[in-house]
Ligand binder design. Structure first.
Ligand code: BGC
Length: 495
């Protein structure tokens, strides 16, 4: 009796990664350059979502209407996320029809217009308009950058390269806090904080003009010689041959190759439904396990824990953001070694434990009237926050983006990646909009306990549904979904 390991949820079974002429992370300067250029999209994603909390303090000083109206404040913050939902939904289609390169250039134009509009905004409405522009740019970049990187990456380092984009996101958030601190004394404060984001967008626009289109997209669009010319820069001659054969094979087998699939097509085939369920589920769980309650509300949480000084709250937020970036580097180092599943499962276990600590600390704190700086409960809450980030950042930060960049067949990669990124942004919006109300309803301790419950569900989801894609070629991933759709992918098969 033999067990076919490919039929088990976590196994890629006989689909073992090719070992021919393996490329290491640092050895291919061309792919690294392409990743860094595409990653500027991640930097802008992180910067534009991170900068607003600090900028808002000064916008309130300049516009009385904003100061007096909390709905207006929430609108300024959340319109970028609404824009990102639209950008992510449209971005998948733009990627498929016009290519990854044009998708990136379009996002840059939106970033530049949005940043400049915000910088000169004469009133809150124009400011909100600028936030929408920037948000749409963030949404398009959030879909395009991971796919563009994944399609150029050798499969054995794909996870690390796509996670580099996540490092740019967390780095961008950290940078936004630093920039906020730097401009507090400069006349124009928030106008500079929001306006400087145009600079990386201009840099990316110029660099992108010299970058190639994605070789896989070119091949799918029947521009084979152009695709091969790009691949020649990535692989040595042996491996090049192998890659071209795989591409030719995939496009022969794929009846949709070169065609534009619609959003509805995703629901028509079982294997695509399965893949989308997995990808979108991961994206939703990334948000519902609370990362942005920590990123957006860190100073508030620190103050809730009894540390009333604004400076200390901001300093601790800066430390949390720095830890998030350092943790992502650890994720980059691990993702192609231990695989996506193990990393996500270990991350969720730690996240669960940290949330329990946070919940306990806040329930203690609510019993101690007037908790003061240095109280046991206050420090326990800070320890919980730090542990949360230490566990989240290497796993649940990069894994959903990496998995979504690699689990869909070529013809669906844009559209499915876009749809699942939209799920990420919608979930982000729900969590950000409801966090403080839920705290009002069940207390901070109760809220973290609910999120801890969600992290258990997320663990079970990864355990049951997420396949291991470490080192697999796109073709192997596609075959794996076909096997699963045939009903052979959910249980161990014996013969
Ligand atoms: C998430 C963002 C989050 C960031 C925090 C990313 O992977 O998608 O929503 O703000 O990580 O580090």
């Amino acid at each position: 009796m033999t067990i076919d390991k490919s039929m088990m949820p976590g196994s890629s079974g006989p689909l073992e990664a090719s070992s021919k002429a393996e490329v290491s992370f640092w050895s291919n300067k061309y792919v690294l350059g392409l990743t860094a250029t595409a990653g500027i999209g991640g930097l802008l994603f992180g910067y534009d979502t991170g900068v607003i909390s600090g900028a808002l303090l000064y916008i309130r000083d300049d516009f009385k209407a904003v100061n007096d109206n909390s709905v207006l404040q929430e609108t300024i913050v959340s319109m970028a996320v609404v824009g990102a939902m639209i950008g992510a939904a449209a971005g998948g289609w733009i990627n498929d029809v016009y290519g990854r390169k044009k998708g990136t250039l379009l996002a840059d134009i939106l970033f530049i217009i949005g940043s400049l509009v915000m910088c000169i905004a004469p009133d809150p409405n124009i400011l909100i308009l600028g936030r929408v522009f920037v948000g749409v740019g963030v949404g398009i970049a959030s879909v395009t950058a991971p796919v563009y990187i994944a399609e150029a990456a050798p499969s054995e380092i794909r996870g690390g390269l796509v996670s580099t984009n996540v490092l740019m996101i967390t780095g961008g958030q950290f940078l936004s806090y630093l920039v906020n601190l730097a401009f507090t004394e400069v006349p124009g404060t928030w106008r500079w904080m929001l306006g400087v984001a145009a600079i990386p967008a201009v840099v990316q626009f110029i660099l992108m003009i010299f970058m190639p289109e994605s070789p896989r997209w070119l091949y799918m669009k029947d521009k084979k010689s152009k695709a091969i010319a790009v691949l020649e820069n990535i692989y040595d001659s042996d491996r090049l041959q192998e890659e071209i054969e795989q591409l030719a094979d995939a496009s022969r087998k794929d009846s949709l190759s070169g065609k534009i699939v619609s959003y509805l097509d995703v629901l028509k085939s079982k294997e695509i439904r399965l893949a989308f369920f997995t990808g979108a589920g991961l994206q939703a769980f990334q948000q519902f396990t609370g990362i942005n309650t920590v990123m957006y509300y860190c100073p508030t949480i620190v103050q809730m824990a009894g540390f009333s000084s604004k400076q200390l709250a901001l300093l601790l937020s800066l430390i949390v953001a720095a830890m998030n970036a350092v943790g992502t580097v650890i994720g980059i180092l691990l993702i192609d070694k231990c695989g996506r599943r193990l990393l996500a499962l270990a991350s969720l276990s730690g996240v669960f434990a940290s949330l329990l600590i946070l919940s306990y600390a806040f329930s203690l704190q609510s019993k101690t009237v007037g908790a003061t700086l240095g109280s046991r409960a206050g420090w326990l809450a800070v320890a919980g926050l730090v542990l949360y980030i230490a566990f989240f950042s290497p796993g649940m930060g990069p894994v959903p983006w990496a998995v979504n960049s690699e689990i869909y067949p070529e013809a669906y990669r844009g559209v499915c990646g876009g749809m699942s990124a939209t799920v990420n942004w919608i979930s982000n919006f729900i969590v950000a909009q409801t966090f403080l109300s839920v705290v009002g309803l069940v207390g901070t301790g109760g809220t973290f306990l609910i999120i801890a419950g969600v992290s258990v569900l997320a663990f079970l989801f990864v355990l049951c549904f997420v396949p291991e894609t470490k080192g697999l070629t796109f073709d192997q991933v596609e075959r794996m979904w076909k096997d699963r759709a045939r009903g052979s992918g959910t249980a161990a098969k014996t013969s």
